[in-house]
Design a protein around this ligand. Structure first.
Ligand SMILES: *Cc1c(COP(=O)(O)O)cnc(C)c1O
Length: 221
C-alpha cells in the first residue's frame, strides 16, 4: 500500500458516503517507524502525523518540523500527566484526554500558556477493562467538566475492541458527539477506516497501511 493508495481509498470512501472531498483528515501514524519511511511520506507531501509516545516524538519531530513547514502533529497514545507539559508544547492536537486528572492538568497548562492543542476525548466504547477512555455513561459529564475548565474539546476518539465489528462503536461515538455538540470524530485505522468514513469520521488514524508493518515493539514512554 502506501500514501498514494490510502489517499485514493479515502477519497473514494468520502465519495461513497456522500461526503465532501477532503472532509476527512488523514493522520499518518508514524510511531516506531524507521526515519526513512517517514521522510519519504513527508517528501510525498503528507503533513498530518500521529504519534503515540511523547519521548519518541520529541526526539524526531522538532527537526522534521524545521525541514518540512506545515507539519500538524497529533498525540494519539495514552498520555501520562507528568508528560502533559512536554506534550502541549510538541503537539497540535491530543486525542487521548481520558480522565479528570489529565483534563485538570491540561487546563492549568492552557491557562499558563494562553493556548492549548485541540483536544479529543477518548471514549472506551467497548468498556474494556484494559483500555483507556471515558466510559460511555460518564462521557456527557466529562465533556461538561472539560468545558467548565475552558478546554477546547473538538471531538471524540475511540479504538473499538479488536474482536468486534467496528461499525456499532463508530455509530455510538457519532451519537455521543452529536448529543454533546461536538463536530470532531477521530475513528478508523488501517483495517477499518472506510467503515469509519461511512460512519462520519472527521479524522482517521492510519499507520501500517501507509508505512508498512511496524518493526519494533512499542517502547515505553
Ligand atoms: C498505532 C495506532 C493507530 C494506527 O494503527 P494501524 O493499524 O497501523 O493503522 C491508530 N490509532 C491508534 C490509537 C494507534 O495507537
Amino acid at each position: 500500500m502506501g500514501l498514494v493508495e490510502i489517499t485514493a481509498r479515502l477519497r473514494a470512501a468520502e465519495r461513497a458516503a456522500g461526503r465532501a472531498e477532503g472532509a476527512v483528515t488523514l493522520i499518518a501514524v508514524s510511531k516506531i517507524q524507521p526515519a526513512e519511511r517517514v521522510l519519504a511520506v513527508l517528501d510525498q507531501g503528507q503533513r498530518v502525523f500521529g504519534e503515540n509516545y511523547v519521548q519518541e516524538a520529541a526526539g524526531k519531530w522538532p527537526a522534521w518540523r524545521q525541514a518540512y513547514p506545515g507539519v500538524d502533529l497529533h498525540m494519539i497514545g495514552p498520555l501520562q500527566t507528568n508528560k502533559a507539559k512536554v506534550a502541549v508544547e510538541l503537539f497540535d492536537a491530543i486525542h487521548t484526554v481520558d480522565r479528570p486528572s489529565l483534563a485538570e492538568k491540561l487546563a492549568r497548562l492552557a491557562q499558563g500558556r494562553g493556548t492549548s492543542p485541540q483536544l479529543f476525548v477518548q471514549v472506551n466504547t467497548g468498556a474494556e477493562p484494559q483500555k483507556a477512555g471515558v466510559l460511555p455513561e460518564q462521557l456527557d459529564d466529562f465533556v461538561a467538566a472539560c468545558r467548565m475548565m475552558d478546554l477546547p474539546v473538538a471531538g471524540l476518539m475511540c479504538i473499538p475492541p479488536e474482536a468486534e465489528a467496528p461499525g456499532p462503536h463508530f455509530a455510538l461515538l457519532r451519537d455521543m458527539a452529536g448529543r454533546n455538540g461536538l463536530a470532531g470524530l477521530s475513528m478508523g485505522m488501517s483495517a477499518d477506516f472506510e467503515a469509519a468514513v461511512a460512519a462520519g469520521a472527521t479524522h482517521i488514524r492510519v499507520g501500517s497501511a501507509i508505512f508498512g508493518d511496524r518493526v519494533k515493539p512499542p517502547a515505553a514512554g
